[in-house]
Design a protein around this ligand. Structure first.
Ligand SMILES: *Cc1c(COP(=O)(O)O)cnc(C)c1O
Length: 499
């Protein structure tokens, strides 16, 4: 095995002969048995991530509750495993609320978040008596009060504040500042508190909520959030005349997506996807800060999504085609065409997310080669490099010819988010299997059928000493062709009418 390949094998994966292994199972064999594209989840990893995060949070603050952000992956089996590890859940819609209940969470284990909750969604949440509704605006608070009054129930609300703290891998997933679409700035928050105090028969203010972003790699951003929460909670306590029951400090804890050897000097173009620290370690520190600044009496909620599930799954995709294209400055540039594109990994296109790859059946190859890697869709944006960013950079450099090499480098780092090529085994050809790592978060629920493509199946590798034992369980079946048409009405009617 080459140094490149060896060093880029993500933690927990092994190579046996030429094949990539997970939990002692041969992924190449599993792909043959179940077909591709195929998501493979690990029970042991899901349990370990969830359990360790909860343990670390409780070590830092004894009254910590971890509400898994189910939008990261709301597969019923995954939800059930996380519940069995003692976590609660955060939902974002009536649909996720339904899935949480179906997976066995009780209403008191559910918090409901979202910027635009509908009246029927709020009616359901209030009737169920869930643990808390994370209220996003003063407008929504009035809506909650009206519904609670009509249902003769008292709604438990937590007010989402804008802490003015920026955190997260890209501006699109920074959610803690006034220019994001989330939460209430100080003026609106004051208005909401005043309203809630006048409607105490209908509303119980349990506390405050904040969530600063996703893939937040800086612990300092969280500590700034805790500081904000402590000061704002003290002010709230004075206003209410009693101490609030809880503070929800949100999620955003990071996962390390970057498993490749650093070859280039200086800033790596994909550094912002790497987590220098473990999520559990980070939350331990944040919870301890909460204990110092907010005290041990108040309940502290956390809402991790990505960090609990991202590294629990790998996507196995088959190489369907290959060709050589001339590239600027280079003679033959090999392109690989996979059977998985952004129809299965939306974030690869929507936010140009980096997913690490290896040829799963050629781990013994001596050399790697830089490939352009693309998906199967009839859309030029369906590629695992940043085609938009590359074009934009070229256009900018043409308009700014006087930039120094250093300035050009800075511009490139800001504009082009993904590496142009991936180093894969040099012999990779059609029929081979490419493993795409860290696809457990924000993938399964974001799949769609564009270009008539079937959404992928997902299997779970059981862990010998747990619920699934050493079984391999299909936790989501692959779409059938009937599924592509399931929501459409038959077209024969037109033919019948015309004849
Ligand atoms: C999305 C979201 C989370 C989870 O974020 P991760 O980055 O996946 O941890 C937590 N809380 C709220 C309010 C969210 O919107």
């Amino acid at each position: 095995m080459t140094l490149d390949t060896l060093q880029s094998l993500p933690h927990g994966f092994d190579a046996v002969g030429r094949h990539l292994m997970l939990e002692g199972r041969d992924l190449v064999t599993l792909a043959q048995e179940h077909g591709t594209p195929l998501f493979v989840f690990s029970e042991a990893r899901i349990r370990r991530n969830a359990g360790e995060f909860l343990k670390a949070a409780r070590r830092g603050h004894g009254r910590s509750t971890v509400c898994y952000a189910s939008k990261a992956c709301s597969n019923l089996h995954v939800l059930r495993l996380i519940r069995e590890e003692g976590l609660s859940v955060e939902v974002n819609s009536g649909g996720e609320l339904g899935k949480a209940l179906a997976a066995g969470f009780t209403p008191q284990e559910i918090v409901f978040n979202g910027v635009a909750k509908s009246v029927p969604e709020l009616e359901r949440a209030i009737s169920l008596g869930i643990k808390a509704i994370n209220v996003d605006s003063a407008f929504e608070l009035r809506r909650v009060a009206e519904i609670a009054a009509r249902l003769r129930r008292r709604a438990t609300v937590v007010l989402r504040a804008v802490p003015g703290v920026a955190g997260g891998a890209t501006s699109g997933i920074q959610t803690g500042t006034a220019d994001s679409k989330f939460g209430m700035t100080e003026g609106e928050l004051a208005e909401a508190i005043e309203f809630a105090m006048a409607r105490r028969a209908d509303l119980e203010i349990a506390g405050l909520h904040l969530h600063i972003g996703s893939q937040v790699v800086e612990t300092e951003a969280y500590l700034a959030g805790v500081k904000f929460a402590a000061a704002r909670t003290r002010a709230l306590a004075t206003q209410l005349g009693t101490a609030p029951a809880l503070v929800n400090l949100g999620g955003g804890y990071p996962t390390n997506y970057v498993h490749r050897r650093r070859t280039d000097a200086g800033r790596n173009e994909i550094d912002h996807f790497a987590a220098p620290r473990d999520a559990a370690e980070m939350v331990g520190e944040v919870a301890a800060a909460a204990d110092r600044l907010l005290g041990g009496e108040i309940e502290i909620l956390f809402e991790p999504g990505r960090s609990l599930v991202a590294d629990t799954a790998v996507l196995l995709t088959q190489v369907e085609s290959i060709r050589n294209r001339p590239q600027a400055g280079a003679a033959g540039q090999p392109w690989l065409y996979l059977d998985a594109g952004y129809n299965l990994l939306l974030d690869s296109a929507a936010v140009r997310w980096y997913f690490h790859m290896l040829t799963a059946n050629r781990l013994d190859e001596e050399t790697t080669r830089p490939f352009r890697v693309v998906g199967p869709l009839c859309d030029s944006a369906d590629c695992f490099f940043d085609v938009e960013g590359e074009h934009l950079l070229e256009a900018l450099l043409r308009r700014l010819p006087e930039l120094s090499a250093e300035q050009q480098g800075i511009l490139r780092a800001e504009v082009v988010r993904l590496p142009a090529t991936r180093p894969l085994a040099a012999g990779t050809v059609p029929g081979d299997l490419v493993a795409i790592f860290d696809v457990g978060a924000y993938a399964l629920e974001e799949m769609f059928q564009y270009c008539g493509r079937l959404r992928a199946a997902a299997i779970l590798l059981g862990s010998a000493n747990h619920g699934f034992g050493d079984r391999v369980t299909v936790i989501r079946r692959r779409d059938s062709e009937q599924d592509l048409m399931a929501h459409e009405r038959p077209a024969e009617a037109h033919t019948a009418a015309a004849s």
